[in-house]
Design a protein around this ligand. Structure first.
Ligand code: GCU
Length: 684
């Protein structure tokens, strides 16, 4: 039991990285020039979150005549950028927080708070920043029944039943957290969409949320079910070239904009995993997207059209199918369509090579879709900081327009000169008190937001600023947290799928190992499809002798991937099928290297446990205990992944474990018999 003084220091994580400054007596001098809902929020945030300031703080948009003499940057800030610096206004020395719009001022206020909490000297503060990516959006895979697909942090935040009347104050706290990172859009409902979200009743509910979010600079978007004209409109078809269908969508868009004047637009999953789409009518994805885009265009809305498409009717390597489908459509999309591409060609695995569509469609704005919720990285319980995963894809060089054509430059629009650009993160947010299921999961929400604002930020720097704000200024604690975070994602790769292995998880719920699974209806649903292991070797040959998926990359990249000797070892078995006794660059065999990675993964989790033990005197007991317990779960499950995987590989290759590596705790039969029908987050 907690003692009384411990209980007083308890922290359930609700305040995220923005704990109130707890010093109402600070009596800060914070003034605004002009009025406006967003300006008022910005001032309120500074009162709430700043413990002290060396000077009065003045908030104002650049448009104010009082600031004219300062010659503040205008165009460079765009609609959302900010300047925070010392200035003399009307004879008074102040810290000025400014931008071209009130939203820019709000982002500046949060930048000032972040700076203060990460130890900056406010007397010399000089910040200037504008987002590199235009659409920075969280995709909530939330269902109308309150469940969340691949959600591990409790029920949906949106209480659809009580909306639009009751607006839970939590919606405002959610908006605060998003705005503090610069997130400016929220897709409210699951990509596996029900048509009901587009009915008048649910449009009113979305409008109520939009009203809450608006002053925080956040627009709402909806996932649209492509067949809604049939289900809601009574039409016989959803063919995008049918004028009645186009008219239905136009009327629907007009109706939505009457309720939500700044509605962001639609996100669409079409012809993928059973969802309806234009291919049902032998129309292309571009024809489908453009029809919706035309309905939104007069209102300034956009379509985010997902390229996560593969079909059971297509016998080709699943990793190739999205490129095959979308690459020929380059230049065919309307100018208010973003094609949304997952970081890798399969599905948010702990490690995937970058998706070949990045850089391959120069005449189309391509947005990046990341998964913040940890569907394949241990659900809520495993500690896996995703900053390094996100940055790995952003930094990857596509060579599409020569060296330096990074994914970051593709998706921020600079490589091919697109003004429309975007980054989406599948949210890890639910009704749990700590929002994301664990304290460290909050860092993934945080890292997504910060990287969407600036894809070039370093994941380690982001981890540090998150830790300082979340746990307080003690550098010892931040050091421990950052060390744990920076090794955590690689640990998950090591114990679930090292050396480029992927998609080895249990069926449906995706919890735990299942590399032996081979009897599911669609070939590419089976783990055996991905690892192709047998007595002689392991890995998916994606070179010319196999599926030739490497030919979808630029020649420079393809050349490197054609040869296992020049393929990064971390992606080796993604691209190559190799004998178990293949000699790695280190000289050891592939089999021994594989085992070493599994062992390393388990050892890394043990190391994180030891590090967290050292943090005990520095953290409030509530967050310390939950994290310690989750690390123990992670250690147990890492061991399970390692043991089950090795038991299976050994059943194929009949090789002994290297000396010093422990035998699996159970027989392969035991691992295969484990069932988890009630694992959370499953599709409904
Ligand atoms: C994964 C996930 C599904 C989801 C799909 C998608 O396959 O398991 O639940 O619907 O991705 O991104 O559409």
């Amino acid at each position: 039991m907690m003692t009384l003084s411990e209980a007083a220091r308890a922290n359930d994580g609700y305040e995220l990285w923005l704990p109130p400054a707890n010093d109402p007596a600070a009596n800060l001098d914070i003034a605004t020039l002009g009025t406006g809902a967003t300006l008022d929020i910005a001032a309120g945030e500074l009162h709430r979150d700043l413990a002290t300031a060396p000077l009065p703080i003045l908030l104002a948009t650049n448009l104010r005549p009082e600031l004219a003499a300062l010659k503040l940057p205008g165009a460079a800030l765009g609609r959302e950028g900010y300047v925070v610096r010392r200035a003399t206004v009307a004879g008074r020395a102040v810290i000025l927080v400014s931008g071209n719009t009130e939203t820019g001022v709000l982002y500046g206020a949060f930048a000032l708070i972040r700076a203060a909490r990460t130890g900056a000297d406010l007397t010399t503060i000089a910040l200037q920043s504008a987002p590199k990516v235009a659409v920075r959006v969280l995709d909530h895979w939330d269902n109308l029944d309150g469940s969340v697909e691949r959600g591990y942090a409790g029920a949906s935040l949106w209480n659809w039943w009580e909306l639009p009347d009751y607006k839970d104050p939590r919606y405002t706290d959610y908006a605060r957290a998003d705005a503090s990172l610069g997130i400016n859009g929220v897709v409210l409902n699951n990509v596996n969409a029900k048509p009901d979200s587009l009915t008048p009743r649910y449009i009113a509910k979305a409008a109520a949320l939009a009203d809450v979010f608006r002053p925080w600079g956040i627009k709402v978007y909806l996932s649209a079910r492509f067949s809604a004209p049939i289900e809601l409109g009574g039409l016989k078809t959803a063919d995008p070239l049918d004028p009645a269908v186009a008219a239905w969508w136009k009327a629907k868009a007009d109706e939505i904009y009457r309720a939500i004047p700044d509605f962001g637009g639609f996100l669409v999953k079409a012809n993928s995993e059973g969802q309806p789409g234009p291919r049902d009518y032998h129309r292309s994805h571009a024809e489908g997207a453009n029809m919706l885009a035309a309905a939104l265009k007069p209102h300034g809305g956009i379509v985010m059209w997902r390229a996560f498409v593969y079909a059971e009717s297509d016998p080709d390597d699943r990793a190739k199918q999205a490129y095959t489908e979308f690459h020929p459509l380059d230049g065919k999309f309307a100018d208010n369509v973003l094609v949304q591409v997952k970081n890798g060609a399969i599905d948010f695995q702990p490690r995937e090579p970058f998706h070949p569509l990045f850089g391959a469609m120069p005449r189309t704005p391509i947005m990046l879709e990341l998964q913040i919720t940890k569907e394949y990285l241990g659900f809520a319980t495993h500690l896996a900081y995703l900053g390094p995963l996100f940055s790995e894809v952003l930094e990857a060089d596509t060579y599409a327009r020569g060296k330096g054509s990074t994914v970051a430059k593709v998706i921020d629009g600079t490589l091919d000169h697109h003004a429309l650009s975007g980054m989406a993160g599948v949210a890890n947010i639910g009704r749990d008190r700590d929002w994301s299921g664990s304290t460290f999961n909050q860092a993934n929400w945080y890292a997504f937001g910060r990287l969407a604002w600036d894809p070039d930020l370093s994941p380690e720097a982001i981890a540090r600023e998150w830790a300082q704000q979340t746990f307080g200024p003690d550098p010892r604690l931040a050091d421990i947290a950052v060390k744990m975070m920076m090794q955590s994602r690689e640990a998950v790769v090591d114990y679930t799928g090292p050396l480029g292995l992927a998609h080895l998880m249990g069926t449906g719920h995706h919890y735990g190992p299942g590399p032996w699974i081979k009897d599911l209806a669609r070939p590419e649903w089976n783990p055996v499809y991905y690892h192709r292991a047998d007595a002689s070797g392991i890995g998916f040959d994606r070179t010319r002798t196999g599926s030739n998926a490497i030919a979808q990359y630029s020649p420079e990249v393809a050349r490197r991937l054609a040869d296992p000797r020049t393929t990064p070892e971390s992606e080796l078995l993604w691209f190559h099928h190799l004998p178990w006794d293949w000699k790695m660059n280190s000289g050891e065999t592939l089999w021994h290297a594989l085992v070493a990675h599994y062992d390393q993964g388990v050892a890394s989790v043990a190391a994180m446990q030891a590090e967290w033990d050292e943090a005990r005197p520095l953290v409030d007991p509530e967050r310390w205990q939950k994290t310690a317990t989750f690390l123990a779960i992670q250690h147990r499950e890492a061991q399970w992944w390692r043991d089950a995987s090795l038991a299976y590989w050994m059943s194929l290759n009949h090789l002994p474990l290297p000396a010093g590596s422990a035998a699996p705790a159970h027989s392969l039969d035991w691992y295969e018999a484990q069932q988890f029908p009630w694992a959370p987050g499953q599709a409904r």
